[in-house]
Design a binder for this molecule. Structure first.
Ligand SMILES: [Zn+2]
Length: 86
């Protein structure tokens, strides 16, 4: 895979996540695959969608507990926990 290809992939991923709320789980799966094939880490971007059903969080239920941010997916009910930066 070329270096140029990776840059293009990164750009595509950035654009995708800039408008994540309008995306479908199918599209999220595709962009995840793209990122993986170029070994691009999604990092913070992974928090924009449910890790289980891949639905973008539109109006997520967020709870803060003991320094953890807890997001509940309103589609499948999966709970995502993220450590908050202090
Ligand atoms: Zn879900």
């Amino acid at each position: 895979m070329s270096k140029k290809g990776k840059k293009e992939a990164e750009h595509k991923i950035e654009e995708f996540f800039a408008d994540i709320k309008g995306k479908t789980p199918k599209e999220v799966r595709k962009i995840k695959k793209l990122a993986m094939s170029y070994n691009i880490k999604l990092k913070e971007k992974r928090k924009a969608f449910c890790k289980k059903c891949l639905t973008p969080f539109i109006i997520p239920k967020i709870r803060i507990k003991k320094g953890m941010k807890i997001i509940i997916c309103d589609k499948c009910g999966a709970v995502s926990r993220w450590r908050m930066k202090d």
